[in-house]
Ligand binder design. Structure first.
Ligand code: AMP
Ligand code: GLY
Length: 427
């Protein structure tokens, strides 16, 4: 099959690496890709949010199968456009992608289908939201309704702080995304990212991972897209998987289909392991980044054997994917300053040496080759150093050994405590 992958992050490098190993992928193109992806696939300079450009590319290149990585093209309706042209695509339609692109949609949906999640209220009026806060007790969870690149959630510790945040949301901090807000009950527990795929009718469980959203060690500092991940997630055992499939994923696939929005693609459920059992924090309609990188390394079977059946309504006939038992850790190297301001174009060396080390595989995120052919940074999150091991400790030690002894990039930083929950260290 002639396959097109859309995106340019570490998630897409890991997907490209896995797609490249599939016997059914005869040609692989990625738009726009990065320097790592360019080593294994053809890359085309069309941005992931240029849906019209991508449609033209698919027609020109006679693509048979499209895999969409990031959320923005999904929310823009790329899948709908491709399906109208009869092209097989792994990813949800614009209507189904609302599970990620509208938190109010998802909360209302969960209420109708009895899916366990935090209690909530939706507000489009600032004063009503402020009045509601004054009736409740802190902490409050306040969310922008629309996509806000992982930054649309605040958890103020007091009513005064909450009032200020509400004013900021309505002042246009997140554009239209913040003109409708959700105020939720605060849930406590450890978080896990659980992934399942669906063809619109049938759901298939994949595996869970844990990520690290804060920029700095000890879960301090600002929220980011994710600074590292590991899988398996020890807090998410087989019983948790069964409960989440039964109480959260299956009713979601059933309800979306019943409502006329069958969901095809990855259901990425952010789960809070509360004392009353697993509850849904939020849905994303795609693979997680940096979680996808550890999942692709743990998957031992051919990824096309699940993606194609999911895209063509045949998941009930597909076998569950197989997974390696070992632990895989991903440590993200980001440009100094991320998630704030950072420099681009700084030189990176030592990746070949890192890739030769035991269990290590580096996936690129924001990288490119400069005019002289040197590898340089080209984004906030730049590299993903993944490492496998028989134990969490072995995997963690291997990843940091590669970072300390092989990778030479003085303009980047990483967290030094990835997988600390699994290593039993305090957070
Ligand atoms: P979200 O973008 O909805 O995943 O929220 C980002 C982060 O905010 C989550 O990963 C949680 O750490 C936290 N969070 C979101 N909703 C809640 C909630 N209802 N209770 C406690 N923490 C939450
Ligand atoms: N790792 C969180 C995300 O992909 O949104």
């Amino acid at each position: 099959m002639n396959v097109l992958l859309i995106g340019s992050g570490g998630r897409e490098h890991a997907l490209a690496w896995k797609l490249d190993q599939s016997p059914s992928v005869t040609e692989l193109t990625c738009a726009p890709g990065n320097a790592g992806i360019a080593e294994i696939a053809a890359t085309v300079e069309i941005a992931a949010d240029d849906v019209i450009g991508l449609l033209g590319l698919v027609q020109r290149m006679e693509i048979d199968f499209v895999v969409v990585g990031p959320e923005v093209p999904l929310a823009l309706g790329l899948v709908d456009l491709l399906q109208d042209q009869g092209i097989a695509v792994f990813g949800p339609t614009q209507a189904a992608a609302q599970l990620e692109s509208s938190k109010a949609f998802t909360k209302d949906f969960c209420k109708r289908y009895n899916i366990p999640t935090a209690d909530y209220q939706v507000f489009t009026d600032k004063d009503e939201a402020i009045a509601y806060i004054h009736q409740g007790t802190a902490p409050f969870v306040i969310k922008a309704d629309g996509l806000a690149a992982g930054k649309g959630v605040v958890i103020p510790e007091s009513k005064f702080e909450a009032e200020d945040e509400i004013k900021e949301f309505f002042s246009g901090k997140f554009g239209d995304a913040g003109q409708r807000i959700i105020i939720e009950e605060f849930m406590t527990g450890q978080e896990a990212s659980f992934f399942a795929i669906s063809d619109g009718k049938t759901a298939m469980p994949l595996i869970a991972a844990q990520d690290h959203k804060r920029a700095l060690d000890g879960d301090k500092g600002p929220n980011t897209g994710g600074m590292g991940a590991y899988s398996p997630a020890p807090i998410f055992d087989q019983k948790a998987l069964e409960t989440v499939m039964e109480k959260i994923i299956q009713p979601t696939v059933y309800g979306m289909n019943k409502d006329g929005n069958p969901f095809v693609g990855v259901l990425f459920a952010g789960i809070m392991m509360t004392k009353d059992g697993p509850k849904l924090i939020e849905y994303n309609a795609r693979f997680g980044d940096p979680e996808c990188q550890v999942m692709m390394r743990r998957m031992s079977s051919d990824i096309m054997e699940i993606l194609v059946p999911a895209a063509t309504g045949k998941l009930d006939k597909a076998a569950l994917p197989a997974w390696y038992d070992e632990t895989v850790v991903n440590v993200v190297l980001a440009a100094n300053g991320y998630p704030g301001k950072y420099k681009k174009g700084t030189i990176i060396k030592g990746l070949d040496k890192a890739n030769e080390m035991d269990g290590v595989q580096v996936f690129h995120a924001g990288t490119k080759l400069n005019d002289k052919g040197n590898l340089v940074s080209n984004g906030g999150r730049v590299l993903n150093v993944t490492a496998s091991g028989d134990t969490v400790k072995e995997a963690v030690d291997r990843a940091y050994l590669a970072i300390n002894d092989a990778i030479d990039w003085k303009d980047g930083f990483c967290r030094r405590d990835i997988a600390h929950h699994a290593l039993g260290k305090p957070s």
